[in-house]
Design a protein around this ligand. Structure first.
Ligand code: ATP
Length: 240
């Protein structure tokens, strides 16, 4: 479960903050999509949740573990704690896949689980089968298509059983048909694994697959589907 409370972030001293008292709750197994104009702060929000950026104020907690308070520790502890936090709790799917060219599909997917020290070959086999990439296990990365590589990236994000997946434009490099297949698999696999999912996307087709479709606008999240804050707050995903 992800809980964000009164989050603030600015990169400049002048003008309105990029993230301005943003609140969001995503329960286990639920998904939200985040759309918004270019430069409105979507990737920054994911970076804050992942601990790559430090907030100016507010709190972010995953399963009750506060990342923002970790940020207040000294630099050595901060780096180590946040690194451990990511290994334990987060799966990240990047637009550019971020896979290793020198490994085959199996070793790419196993990478995070090996770092965390909880390799579960049976679970990896099951995930790869579900995502339709098991026959590609021994293939070098260079021989995989974009869609196949993105499915490997999704498997890698899930294989260490994180409680939260962050996906930044996970279908941005894919054609329409592959995008449909990959996004369906991402939502379905997260639901089945009871993993919370936050997807940043420019694609309306991907956005509507989420339990709640949100838009980042003027530093806060608002619902795409209903106009009034009251309606938004009464939904299972609370955003304001
Ligand atoms: N580390 C940083 N230092 C200074 N400014 C930054 C930094 N990271 C992002 N920004 C600025 O913050 C703003 C939001 O960037 P961000 O990448 O979060 O936008 P976005 O909504 O993801 O955009 P897009 O849809 O184009 O990817 C931009 O104006 C960007 O230049």
């Amino acid at each position: 479960m992800l809980t964000i409370k009164d989050l603030k972030k600015s990169f400049s001293q002048t003008g309105a903050p990029l993230i301005n008292n943003l609140n969001l709750t995503v329960k286990a197994g639920e998904s939200v999509s985040i759309q918004g104009a270019s430069g409105c702060g979507k990737s920054t929000l994911l970076s804050l949740i992942a601990g790559f950026e430090t907030p100016d104020g507010g709190d972010i907690a995953v399963n009750g573990l506060s990342i923002a308070s970790n940020s207040k520790l000294d630099n050595t502890f901060k780096a180590r704690d946040i690194d451990n936090f990511r290994k334990q709790h987060l799966g990240i799917v990047f637009q550019s896949f971020n896979l290793f060219d020198c490994f085959n599909a199996w070793d790419n997917i196993a990478f995070t689980a090996r770092l965390k020290g909880n390799v579960d070959n049976d679970y990896q086999l099951a995930l790869m089968e579900q995502l339709g990439i098991l026959p590609l296990a021994q293939k070098p990365l260079s021989q995989l298509s974009g869609g196949e590589q993105q499915r490997c990236a999704i498997a890698r994000a899930l294989v260490h059983r994180p409680s939260l997946i962050l996906a930044d434009e996970p279908t941005g490099n894919l054609d329409e048909t592959t995008s449909e297949t990959v996004s369906d698999l991402l939502f379905k696999t997260c639901k089945e694994a009871n993993t919370s999912l936050v997807v940043v996307t420019h694609s309306q087709d991907v956005a509507v697959k989420a339990d709640a479709a949100l838009r980042l606008h003027k530093g806060v999240l608002e619902s795409v589907n209903c106009e009034s804050p009251e309606q938004t707050l009464s939904s299972p995903i609370a955003a304001s």
